[in-house]
Design a protein around this ligand. Sequence first.
Ligand SMILES: *Cc1c(COP(=O)(O)O)cnc(C)c1O
Length: 420
Amino acid sequence: MLQLIKDPAWQATAAKIEAKISDRLRQIDETVLYNQAKVLEAFQDEQVADFHFASSTGYGHNDAGRETLERVYAKVFGAEAALVRPHIVSGTHAISLALYGVLRPGDELLYITGKPYDTLEEVIGVRGEAGEGSLAEFGVSFDSVPLLEGKVDFAEVAKKIKPNTKMIGIQRSAGYAWRPSFTVEEIGAMVRFVKEIKPDVVVYVDNCYGEFTEDLEPTQVGVDLAVGSLIKNPGGGLAHSGGYVVGRADLVHRAACRLTAPGIGAEQGAMLGTNRTLFQGFFLAPHVVGEALKSAVFAAGLFEEIGLETHPSSQARRTDIIQAVRLGSRERLISFCQSIQAAAPVDSHVKPEPWAMPGYADEVIMAAGAFIQGSSIELSADGPIREPFVGFLQGGLTYAHGKVAVLSAVASLKARGLLD
Ligand SMILES: *Cc1c(COP(=O)(O)O)cnc(C)c1O
């Protein structure tokens, strides 16, 4: 690494990229400043105090730290209530809480941003084993409206909203799809459109990877529920595990009753010593998301420099931390992920290989030399082994790490003769 960053040719390349992306970097700093102030104000309004970091055990009744943390989240998201728990095992679990909390037999879930994220196929029941309790097994139906040139097909959405359409699903981030992510402004327009047709429909947003990339969150433009993972943006790289559900109080309560049990809801759940890192991670999150955004923009600039197609481009405004690059071959995708792993602070000696990861239909290769297992607010790269072999890069606790890792990944593609 040291050799690479001292090499004049690579220094010149890095300087050229940074000149090209200077406006973007400046704009990211503005977003970080705004969101840092927003989070700080919520901490102060809720009078976060030292004793909130103490741990609860057993049932976890009256955990003042947990209750304050949830009010801080609610305030930052401009929502009525929040459920923020280490017991939520992943983003998929958080989404499941929202879906099972709201949907009942006979209801329909309509996704208006194309097919949902891969792991949700088993939750919805379009893939996977019978007997696991998918929504389909409970008599909840599902439909989706394919995107039209990367945009919501509003005419088709209008046709598909039926009397039993209980919930509208919006996925903010592209996930493993080659399409633009949806800005908060665009999400606001979607909400207005569907509520015009059916005012009582519940609009939920899969907010994974989107938190703090813009000044507003989806819950501030009319979304009823937003959901995400704490080992992505809002955990700030410190959360050991967890997820959140924010939004309308009655709906958050229903999600809480799924997580625990009816009658208990959010009132139990020992935090087992996690309060301090959840507070501190949330405080750091705006800054860490900024570092990840800068890493993504730098990566886009560099990939464009070597003639690869990127999504979003280095000049685009962002609404999530994901950088996609069309690598075009299996060998390049594997090499790219292995290089990002080799540039990690943890497990840099390990070589990732494609594998059949639970929840995903295709083989996936994942590079994550992270302090928190699977944390993708830490620098990580992955991609499903399928055409057109798109690599996804996300995270970076520090911009400097993102920069050196991406430079070394491209250097090694070159050294292996994998670039044209
Ligand atoms: C990460 C992610 C999820 C949830 O994934 P988990 O691995 O279960 O945390 C869902 N949707 C999107 C768009 C994601 O990026």
